[in-house]
Design a binder for this molecule. Sequence first.
Ligand code: ATP
Length: 404
Amino acid sequence: MFSETLVGVSTVRAYGAQQRFIEENQARVDTNARCFYYMYAANRWFGVRTALIGGTVILCAALATVSLGILTWTLQFGDYLVWIVRVQAALEMNLNAVERVDEYSEIEQERPAVIESNRPPANWPQRGAITMSNLEMRYSPDQEPVLHNVSFSVKGGEKVGIVGRTGAGKSSLSLSLFRIVEPSNGSIKIDGIDISTIGLYDLRSKITMIPQVSFFFHDRPVLFQGTIRSNLDPFEEFQDSELWACLRDIKFWESMQTADTANASAAVELSEDTLLPTAPISGSLEASVAEGGTNFSQGQRQLLCLARAMLKRSVLTVFDEATASVDNETDANIQRVIRGPAFEDTTLLSIVHRLRTIADYDKVLVLDKGRVMQFGTPAALMQEDGIFKTCIKIESHFHNYKSV
Ligand SMILES: Nc1ncnc2c1ncn2[C@@H]1O[C@H](COP(=O)(O)OP(=O)(O)OP(=O)(O)O)[C@@H](O)[C@H]1O
């Protein structure tokens, strides 16, 4: 509760609920302390009892066997008794840790990171063509499938928008692509290679995910404590100039200047690059990033993920478009970048939440209840009577309504 309160402290303050949270926190600390109090009290109680037993043994021994010379030993008997029982209790408590490790060791493991006998070529995937055939996926063997017979093909370099209502299976589809959840049936081929036959490292290192950065960052820890540099380039593979070019391209520093984040200004520091004539607005690659990127707005977090994807230059990128949490300007900026030269040759699977951006995609995949309902160019789908056309109509109506 304490750590969750820290994360949501701005919300707590916004609702003026500080006192309630302080009281609840204190109540929980009391509950926690009570357990220790009982433990210490029980220990004392036990100490008195064992001292009595020890004393009785000493008395008996003294009366009966003074002449046998064991009195010195019996004097220490009570202490040993207490010590043995306390050590036994501590051992029992500490063995909980061993029990937990044992539990973890029995958790089902992911498939191997590398399968030596079947490694894809170093330059795989070259084009990023995807073929899904009768893909079926379920989150656990005892649950119903959430994707049923999903089949479609995407050519290398195509930009595909995936649409569907909440729970339609859009995220599940992207999880299958990364084999976060293994398909229960069917196959996914990327440039002709069945991804289930290769190691997970070989697969995941070749494709990129730009996740939706939700407010509850614990769900998706996309940024890590460190600096902008360590987040963009954790393995120190790129020159500063490349990172700078990328951040300028996505207009990251501009977003820092206009953003309404509490400590955004703290992250903008002067750097040597301010001296460069090409730097219209500057920041620092050493600006700190808090765990989960909480010192950045959600739009900025997604921009940083976008920059990371641009640097990686993957042939295949999955992009989970941010929802209402990103302002129109940042959204337009993100849309400009993913349609720009940096992603020109990339196959892009984009989970689309706002249909007004859909017209620019090469293809649209409409999912409903885990099934492919429509697949084709946006123009072709507008000719069909189906979910897509209905949704476009509803959204444009809503948009007009908002404009009015
Ligand atoms: N971890 C999980 N365990 C079991 N079922 C899940 C899990 N995650 C999602 N589901 C189920 O899978 C189905 C598809 O969910 P999914 O998250 O893929 O939908 P989505 O289209 O991405 O929705 P949204 O637009 O709300 O993100 C839903 O019925 C959901 O209840």
